[in-house]
Design a protein around this ligand. Structure first.
Ligand SMILES: Nc1ncnc2c1ncn2[C@@H]1O[C@H](COP(=O)(O)OS(=O)(=O)O)[C@@H](OP(=O)(O)O)[C@H]1O
Length: 385
C-alpha cells in the first residue's frame, strides 16, 4: 500500500521546486556590492500607529520595482477583524508567490507564510498604547455601540474612569477599545494582566518579526528599515499621512495616561518589550551614525515638502482642493488632514509628489484594487451622518 502525503501548495514549495525562481532580491541598483535591495516584505499594518505612512512608502517602492502585491478584493483590508486567510487575496492561487503583503489584517502567520518567499522580511509598527487608545477611541467610537451610552463632553475620560461599565468582550467592535495592537496580531485582547499568554505572545512575535518599528521614533525606525532592506534614502522619503487636526486630539493628563495603560495592559507590555529591543538595534547601528542619517532624512523630507506641498503643510479636509488627496474620514466628522499639491509644481516632480500625497484608498485604486465594499460603506457613512 502506498501512502500519499499531500503537501499543500505554498509559495515556499513552488520556490524550492523551481530553480528559475528569482531570489528574494531585486537587481542591485545604486547600492554597494555588500547587499541588494530586498523586495519580499510582510508589513503587518497595525491600527492607528502611523502605518498608513509606511504603506505609502511600500506602495511607491513596489510600484517602482514592479513587485506583486497581495491585495484584498473589494475592500481595503483582509476582512478584518476575521483572521487572515490567503483565500482573501485577490487572484490567489495555491503555490503562487507575492512580494508584498501590507493591508490591514488580523495577523495569522501560517496563512501569510503561504504567499511569501521563505526569505521574506517581516516588519510591523507599534505605538505607545495610551496615545493609540486615544487615537483609536476618537476614530472608532461611533462604530462601537458600547460607547454610545457614555454621557458628558469627555467620553474618553468617562470610559477610562469606569471601563467596566461600558465594555464587554463579546460586544460588537469591542476590540477597538482594548489592547487593539495585541488583537491585530491575532491574540486574545481580553487576557488578565498576569496571564502568561501575554509574554508567550510577545515571544512569538519576536521570533517571527525581523523588525518592529516604533511610531514615536519614526525616523529612526525608517533608518533601521532602510538598513534591513538595503534600500536607499530616497526609498524612505515620506509625508505624514492620516494625521488628525490637533483640536480633535484629547490631551491625556498623567492620571488618564496611567489609566489608559492599565486598561491596555497587554499592549503596554508589548510596546515596552519592543521599545527596549528597538534601542538595542539603534545601539548596534551606531548612535552617531543614526543621528547623522536622521538629520539627512529630515533634510530630504523638508526638501520634498517645499517641492510638492502647497503651503508646505497639511490642511483640513474642507481645504483640500482635489478629492484624490482627500483622506478617508471617521464616521460623523472631518478631522483627518491632507495636502494640496503645489500649484506651480515643477513637472519633473509631479508624479512622485502626487504619489507621496495620495491617501491609502485612492492609491489602492490606482494600483488596480476594486474597492466596491469600501466605497459603498463610505457612501452610507456620508449619507447617514
Ligand atoms: N510619521 C509619523 N510619525 C508619528 N505619527 C504619525 C506619523 N504619521 C502618522 N502618524 C499618526 O498615526 C496615526 C494614524 O495611524 P494609521 O495611519 O496607522 O491609522 S489607520 O489605522 O490606518 O487608520 C495618527 O495619529 P492621531 O493623529 O493621534 O490619530 C497620525 O497622526
Amino acid at each position: 500500500v502506498t501512502i500519499r502525503v499531500s503537501q499543500e501548495e505554498t509559495c515556499a514549495l513552488s520556490v524550492s521546486k523551481s530553480l528559475q525562481q528569482s531570489k528574494a532580491m531585486l537587481s542591485p541598483s545604486s547600492k554597494s556590492e555588500e547587499c541588494s535591495p530586498k523586495g519580499n516584505i510582510m508589513f503587518m499594518k497595525t491600527h492607528k500607529t502611523a502605518s498608513s505612512t509606511i504603506l505609502n512608502i511600500l506602495f511607491r517602492f513596489g510600484e517602482k520595482h514592479k513587485l506583486r502585491f497581495a491585495f484584498p478584493d473589494g475592500r481595503n483590508d483582509f476582512f478584518y477583524p476575521s483572521p487572515f486567510l490567503c483565500s482573501q487575496v485577490k487572484d490567489y492561487e495555491p503555490g503562487e508567490c507575492f512580494n508584498i503583503v501590507c493591508n490591514h489584517m488580523r495577523f495569522h502567520q501560517e496563512e501569510v507564510a503561504k504567499l511569501l518567499h521563505p526569505d521574506a522580511v517581516y516588519v510591523t509598527i507599534l505605538r505607545n498604547p495610551a496615545d493609540l487608545f486615544e487615537s483609536a477611541f476618537h476614530y472608532y467610537h461611533r462604530a462601537v455601540p458600547l460607547t454610545w451610552g457614555i454621557s458628558g463632553e469627555n467620553k474618553l475620560a468617562g470610559f477610562l474612569n469606569n471601563p467596566g461599565a461600558f465594555y464587554s468582550p463579546e460586544a460588537f467592535n469591542s476590540f477597538y477599545l482594548k489592547n487593539l495592537q495585541f488583537f491585530d496580531f491575532g491574540f486574545d485582547n481580553n487576557l488578565d494582566a498576569d496571564d502568561p499568554q501575554i509574554d508567550a505572545g510577545i515571544q512569538y512575535l519576536s521570533s517571527h518579526f525581523h523588525l518592529v518599528l516604533i511610531a514615536e521614533h519614526f525616523e529612526e525606525s525608517l533608518i533601521l528599515l532602510k538598513d534591513l532592506l538595503c534600500w536607499s534614502m530616497e526609498d524612505i522619503l515620506y509625508f505624514k499621512l492620516n494625521v488628525r487636526k490637533s483640536s480633535f486630539v484629547s490631551q491625556l493628563d498623567p492620571e488618564m495616561r496611567a489609566k489608559a495603560l492599565q486598561w491596555n495592559w497587554a499592549d503596554w507590555k508589548l510596546y515596552q518589550h519592543f521599545n527596549a529591543t528597538f534601542w538595542v538595534r539603534v545601539e548596534a547601528y551606531g548612535r552617531e551614525r543614526m543621528k547623522r542619517d536622521v538629520k539627512e532624512l529630515r533634510r530630504r523630507n523638508a526638501e520634498m515638502k517645499a517641492i510638492c506641498i502647497q503651503g508646505k503643510n497639511a490642511v483640513e479636509p474642507r481645504d483640500i482642493k482635489n478629492s484624490r488627496f482627500l483622506p478617508w474620514q471617521p464616521i460623523g466628522e472631518k478631522s483627518i488632514l491632507g495636502y494640496n499639491l503645489r500649484q506651480d509644481i515643477d513637472p519633473k516632480f509631479r508624479t512622485i509628489c502626487e504619489k507621496m500625497l495620495t491617501p491609502e484608498i485612492q492609491y489602492l485604486s490606482d494600483l488596480g484594487v476594486n474597492l466596491w465594499i469600501t466605497r459603498l460603506w463610505g457612501w452610507l457613512k456620508d449619507k447617514i451622518y
